[in-house]
Write a protein that binds this ligand. Structure first.
Ligand code: HEM
Length: 232
């Protein structure tokens, strides 16, 4: 492998970010249990505003997260009868919708964080840095669609196929950055920002994702009895 920025950023950096993501999360969990929290500031905001901002953000981001995995499912999608052009249409329409939803929610969260004096006072610098970084990543992700959509309109999915192979090569620990040497820059910038999210993850409030209380959905209801006995 010949050394170049492309090789470093897309062949080595993803593993540096991945290692920091895993080791950093473990070390933080072991050492800093008290700081393992989403640092929710919900209590400091108008309930209605926060409900919209938080729901739009989480729905958008989680849909994008799942959408990014469809790149690994091309064989299954083909088996289901979806050809690559249809796959790209589906990915672009769902991805753009989710991206815009997340952007609206994210901007609302950021505005509240910097403009509301109480929330700002309760925020650590990293709370703002990670939100801004996610929004930048989101902007570049959405910008890739200025290339992807015109391509798919002309039934071309060349870039998509190259990117799927590249991302797979990373996941299979056989990184092949040469695959994307000629890919338009905007995809590279977006992927670099995406890898960096993993690098920043253990130092941010994002760690709450590891311990999201999914059992809340299935656990039995909590019984809360009123002190005042109801008169039947
Ligand atoms: C390891 C991290 C990531 C990688 C490798 C990655 C890769 C990609 C690629 C290759 C595309 C273009 C798909 C196409 O048009 O063919 C894309 C699109 C997009 N990405 Fe990412 N991404 C990453 C993380 C993120 C994150 C963290 C966000 C959100 C904050 C995000 C938001 C988007 C959006 C909104 C689009 C456009 C809509 C879509 O195609 O889903 N990405 N990403």
């Amino acid at each position: 492998m010949i050394w170049s920025w492309n090789t470093f950023l897309f062949g080595i950096y993803p593993y540096i970010a991945g290692t920091i993501f895993l080791l950093g999360s473990i070390i933080r969990y072991e050492r800093e249990q008290a700081g393992w929290t989403s640092y929710s500031s919900q209590i400091l905001a108008s309930k209605r505003y926060m409900m919209w901002a938080s729901n739009l953000w989480h729905i958008g981001i989680l849909t994008l997260f799942l959408g990014h995995f469809t790149g690994f499912l091309t064989d299954i999608l083909e088996w289901l009868g979806l050809d690559p052009v249809e796959h790209q249409w589906l990915a672009a329409s769902a991805g753009i919708t989710a991206g815009v939803v997340a952007m609206v929610g994210g901007v609302m969260l950021l505005l509240r964080r910097v403009l509301d004096p109480k929330v700002r006072y309760a925020s650590r610098p990293m709370d703002i840095i990670i939100l801004v970084w996610l929004l930048i990543t989101l902007c570049f992700g959405l910008s890739t669609q200025f290339i992807s959509v015109p391509e798919v309109i002309h039934d071309h999915v060349q870039n998509m196929e190259i990117l799927i192979h590249y991302v797979r090569s990373i996941a299979e620990f056989q990184a092949n950055p040469q695959l994307i040497i000629n890919i338009p820059l905007i995809y590279k910038v977006h992927m670099f920002c995406g890898f960096t999210v993993f690098l920043l993850f253990p130092f941010s409030r994002l760690v709450h994702i590891w311990t999201v209380p999914l059992n809340y959905v299935v656990r039995p209801y909590q019984l809360v009895r009123s002190k005042i006995r109801s008169v039947v």
